[in-house]
Design a protein around this ligand. Structure first.
Ligand SMILES: [Zn+2]
Length: 269
């Protein structure tokens, strides 16, 4: 038996999946994946992924300008982000954020704040990217926190201390739990995730990036989320069923509804 799982961060639209996207989705389905959230990264476009994939996986999308591509972002791309948000009320805002390893810090900060303002205006949760920048993110976000939806979004690829984990969750964010916890050496993050309030956790793969332990150098895939779930189960005290149920519910808070079929089990083929 495998659980019904929600990959809240997967770049399924990236070129690296063009050759075998259907097979990738089939494997994900077999592993229990029922929902995938695909963030936007460039040009204010939502990810274009064919829905003809022979599974019943539901795709959700966010739209946003990723700091990794900071030098390519233009004002018209930001306008396009807003246009998309206006047209489609199901879109989240992301992947946006700040990355100390990328160029143009001032432009990153400006663009991040502008996109947070759009999330406030259209009442959407955020998918947040960070690298050595958690406190910078909070510096910009804090004045807007009360105007965001009650589920304010996900701090994608969480790594950090127990205190940081608790602080983000207390502010209304979920922590994206991915391949990092499969690495024994990630002691601080593993401890933070082990002790964080369960209501603040969601699963993600960040595929094709962030491969799990033992698969370094390989393309990551959404089916690997089942192994992230198992790693999380080993870290936590809750029963497998309780954990699966909570992750399912937490993920659905992000997309604004609670699915009726939230039993979290026996739905796999
Ligand atoms: Zn990403």
């Amino acid at each position: 038996m495998s659980e019904s799982l929600f990959d809240t961060h997967c770049h399924l639209d990236f070129e690296v999946f063009d050759e075998d996207r259907n097979e990738v989705l089939q494997r994900a389905w077999q592993a229990g994946v029922r929902h995938i959230l695909v963030p936007g990264t460039q040009q204010g476009d939502i990810a274009s992924v064919s829905l003809v994939h022979g599974t019943q996986i539901q795709l959700h999308r966010a739209v946003g300008l990723h700091p990794y591509f900071i030098q390519q972002h233009k004002p018209e791309h930001l306008a396009r982000v807003e246009e998309q948000l206006k047209q489609d009320q199901h879109l989240l805002v992301g992947e946006i954020g700040l990355d100390r390893t990328c160029a143009d810090w001032d432009k990153q900060c400006e663009l991040f704040e502008q996109q947070v303002q759009l999330a406030v205006k259209y009442r959407r949760p955020l998918i947040l990217h960070h690298r050595k920048s958690q406190s910078d993110l909070l510096g910009i976000l804090t004045p807007y926190l009360e105007q965001l939806p009650s589920c304010k979004g996900v701090l994608h690829a969480f790594s950090g201390s127990e205190q940081q984990a608790q602080d983000w969750i207390a502010k209304g964010f979920k922590l994206g739990v991915g391949g990092t916890i499969t690495y024994q050496r990630a002691q601080k993050t593993r401890a933070a995730i082990a002790h964080a309030p369960l209501s603040g956790l969601v699963l993600e793969t960040d595929a094709p990036d962030m491969p799990i332990a033992g698969r370094q150098g390989q393309r990551n895939e959404p089916c690997c989320i089942a192994e992230v779930f198992q790693a999380l189960q080993r870290l936590r005290d809750e029963s497998r069923a309780e954990l699966a149920r909570a992750l399912w519910d937490n993920s659905h808070q992000l997309i604004g509804f609670l699915a009726a079929d939230a039993s979290g089990d026996n739905a796999t083929c």
